[in-house]
Design a protein around this ligand. Structure first.
Ligand code: ING
Length: 306
């Protein structure tokens, strides 16, 4: 048995006016709780240091850049990395990355138990739109503020297993999980900020949003026989509600832990990474069952032919 005691750390709302240092203090308190419960790995949400700023239309690049981190760690976030190192805990952290050559990504990093950075992922599936859309109840401007990720879907040998990362909307696309599944991933960590209502379909509320969220991560875990750890930024940010539903999903697709609130909350579960083996040696033995000669359209075509 290769047991990894993992924590999914849900953050409640972060208001536009909240300081990053106040958020880091909350994150450290939650990391302490995860440590108390025996965790050696903790997953934080997407864009975990700030409010979900893509809901706000901005034109001035200097104003936009204020939501980004030019370095990670940096003086504001360093206390979190130091506490994790004291605890001997690895982390998944989502944040807005501004590179030295002025590129903007919705990014996550994976750290080791000494807080060194093992890997980086940049969000590939960017939902929403690029220009102000007056038809929408609220904006979702990820295509305006971020470039699509340019690092692919890598995996890393770390924490005693094969670790992968994704971010929010990525979890809705089966390709995300399968590309990592084909690399033998055993645990996929992802953070998300998901509005509780559909900005284009008012009748689609939190129940539907939670159903599609669970459906996506459970399917991804089951169909690739891996653990999926999903951490929400939840609750009402400046009047805009985000779903909770942080979960730990096992390699058979069962939810083994789920958040009960839309506030700061810690889920901890002892994940046996060896539980990935049965599915991938039987029903999802890719080498034995997949027929790639019939799958060409998946990478040859972006959209459907009419
Ligand atoms: N948020 C949402 C998500 O994919 C969304 C956007 C919600 C798209 C529901 C489609 C349906 O969970 C982010 N940040 O990707």
């Amino acid at each position: 048995m290769r047991e990894l005691v993992a924590a999914v750390i849900q953050l409640g709302p972060i208001q536009k006016a909240d300081s990053r240092s106040a958020v880091v203090d909350r994150m450290i308190a939650l990391l302490d709780e995860a440590k108390r419960q025996g965790a050696t790995f903790a997953v934080f949400p997407e864009l975990t240091f700030t409010t979900f700023f893509p809901r706000w239309y901005m034109e001035d690049q200097a104003e936009i850049n204020r939501w980004f981190e030019r370095a990670m760690p940096n003086p504001t976030t360093a206390p979190l990395f130091e506490r994790a190192k004291e605890h001997g805990m690895g982390m998944y952290i989502g944040y807005a990355e501004l590179t030295p050559d002025d590129r903007h990504f919705n990014t996550s990093i994976l750290t080791d138990t000494d807080s060194t950075i093992i890997g980086k992922y940049r969000k590939i599936h960017l939902p929403g739109h690029e220009e102000y859309d007056s038809e929408r109840a609220f904006q979702h401007l990820e295509k305006r503020y971020f470039e699509p990720g340019d690092l692919g879907f890598p995996v890393w040998r770390a924490h005693g297993g094969v670790m992968g990362m994704a971010i929010c909307n990525d979890r809705r696309w089966p390709e995300t999980y399968r590309v990592m599944g084909l690399q033998g991933v055993e645990m996929i960590s992802l953070g998300y900020n998901t509005p509780s209502v559909n900005s284009q379909r008012a009748q689609e509320g939190p129940d539907a949003r939670l159903f599609h969220h669970r459906l996506s991560v459970q399917a991804g875990a089951y169909q690739n026989s891996c653990w999926v750890l999903a951490a929400a930024k939840a609750g009402v940010e400046d009047g805009y509600p985000l779903i909770g539903g942080s979960v730990i999903v096992d390699p058979e697709g069962y939810i083994v832990a789920e958040s009960k609130t839309e506030g700061d909350e810690v889920l901890v579960h002892a994940c046996d990474l060896d539980r990935c083996a049965f599915g991938r040696s039987t029903i999802f033995d890719f080498a034995r069952h997949r027929r790639i000669e019939h799958y060409g359209l998946i990478t040859e075509q972006t959209g459907p032919t009419s």
